[in-house]
Ligand binder design. Sequence first.
Ligand SMILES: [Zn+2]
Length: 344
Amino acid sequence: MENLALFYPTSHQAHYQPGHPERPQRVEAIREAFIEAGLWDGFQHLEPLALSAADLKHVHEPSYLARLENACAHGSHMDLDTYTTPQSWQLALNAAGGAAATAEAVWGGAIRRGLALTRPPGHHATSQRAMGFCLLNNIAIAADYLLRHKSAARLAIVDLDLHHGNGTQEIFWERGDVFYISTHQYPYYPGTGALNETGAGAGQRTTANFPLPPMSGDAAFAAIMDEAILPLLDRYAPEMLLVSYGFDTHWRDSLGHLQLSARGYADLITRLANWADANCQGRVALFLEGGYDLPAAGACSLGVAAALTGQAWTDSLGPAPYPESEGWKAVLREAKRIWDIGER
Ligand SMILES: [Zn+2]
């Protein structure tokens, strides 16, 4: 049996605003599901790395970091829907440090797979601003940490959240050392992530977007993974896969209209893990982003943990009870044209 390195954000409950969907119960539902399944104690639990100011400043502007720390001290909002509390600065540092610890544990090879329950989440945070419930961009900081400290040269971030990870895209837009790939509902918050957004400068053609119409589900994700994402990974040849794990793509989630099931999610992670086994020493780590339905939190997390460790499991929530729209087929066709991917 393969093991799983897990980061749990101790004390994260102090980042909380009454009535806000980005609430501590999201992570606690995952923890409880793992405990109930008898898995929690079998994971290798990780402590967050103490990141240096330079580690943060390589991803976020110094002026933004100062603004964020100050806002947290006062518990003020960063924008309309992005709150802070006096504990949020330390908790954001913990989440970013936990992401880096998870990436490092998997990179080093002691353990093949990682799951970081990063909260506050990160993928909307740009180099210069907090937004979409995100303060520090955890996955970007983790990837950059490997590139700067661990002799990594080429990494891929696959973002399976409901929303486009505009922050991650912006941070690596002009960098060729990280290939950012995202599936997301579109048009939708935050508005970015069109097919023709493919990077610039040294990062030209190292950003790939798959903007999906509402009601895209398991079949859409499976086809895009097999026919586009895996071929793009073949071409780029990353040394590790970092996955933005948002379970707001699940059909039960009230914030979006994609129709992925927990089984469908796990199957995507199985494909990525199999790709990693064949091409990059099995290195895969997941980093929590969004996801607001608590039963989906449990089912998706049990599913992806099973997929990461090659275990069997049962999807207690089943497939989406609605028919899947087929609008995604045109998106996939156009993506294959843009990326010059032939029939396999
Ligand atoms: Zn999201």
